[in-house]
Design a protein. Structure first.
Length: 235
């Protein structure tokens, strides 16, 4: 097992994203827009129950497709406000989270588990109201071997996640904000959410359409085939 270092995103920035969640719906959508429509985890990541809305700091785990021991250690190393992000390579035949891990995580103040793989003991976890987002549910549990790595850059559901990055979850899914960009993305998201509010008001009050507001005919007319542009002087 290799354990890397973690430098957590400043708590003030994390609190800024929490204020967005407290004030607005669909914050993950706006955050993704502000990152060039990137850094959203794939649509097959599913919450165990509806209504999960939270933000925290990533503690990352990279594990083999049948080894849960490294996740045990990651829980021990986590702090209140952390989110355990597990790169299990999309394995759906063994579980990488369960009831005992949930209780352990709650004792550590961990906010949630985000797993590129499966979980189990879902009936107990739902009763405990501990947020888990994963790709599947299966009774078989992975072995306790601890061959993996903690707090290294991982891949989780199509997104690169580094230790200390911001992880944001709402009803639309999961987005990851790289630590180095977190303040900039927070500022941009605050501005964008204000613009979204104006658009919503226009649609409701003016009984118009988004196509008319953005002048979709002008946008469509600006589209081009690159082959035509590249060869127009030669034809």
């Amino acid at each position: 097992m290799r354990i890397g270092e973690i430098r957590r995103t400043d708590s003030g920035i994390v609190q800024g994203f929490q204020r967005l969640l407290d004030k607005h719906d669909s914050v993950t959508c706006a955050v993704s827009d502000c990152m060039g429509r990137y850094n959203a985890m794939t649509g097959d990541m599913r919450p165990l129950f509806p209504g999960i809305r939270l933000v925290g700091v990533a503690v990352t785990v990279k594990t083999l497709a049948a080894d849960i021991g490294t996740v045990f250690k990651a829980i021990d190393l986590s702090q209140p406000g952390d989110i355990v992000v597990v790169d299990a390579r999309g394995s759906l035949n063994t579980a990488f989270w369960g009831e005992n891990m949930t209780l352990s995580a709650m004792n550590q103040g961990i906010l949630a588990a985000v797993i590129d793989g499966a979980t189990r003991d879902v009936e107990e976890i739902i009763k405990l109201k501990f947020p888990v987002i994963s790709k599947g549910i299966v009774p078989n549990v992975a072995a306790v071997s601890a061959y993996g790595h903690i707090n290294v850059t991982v891949q989780c559901a199509g997104v690169s996640v580094s230790p200390g990055d911001v992880v944001l979850v709402d009803g639309n899914g999961v987005v990851v904000i790289p630590q180095a960009e977190a303040q900039d993305i927070l500022d941009k998201t605050n501005v964008l959410m204000g613009r979204e509010h104006i658009i919503t008001e226009k649609l409701q009050k003016e009984k118009t359409t988004i196509g008319r507001l953005v002048n979709i005919d002008r946008i469509a007319g600006a589209n081009f085939d690159y082959q035509v542009v590249a060869t127009e002087k030669d034809m």
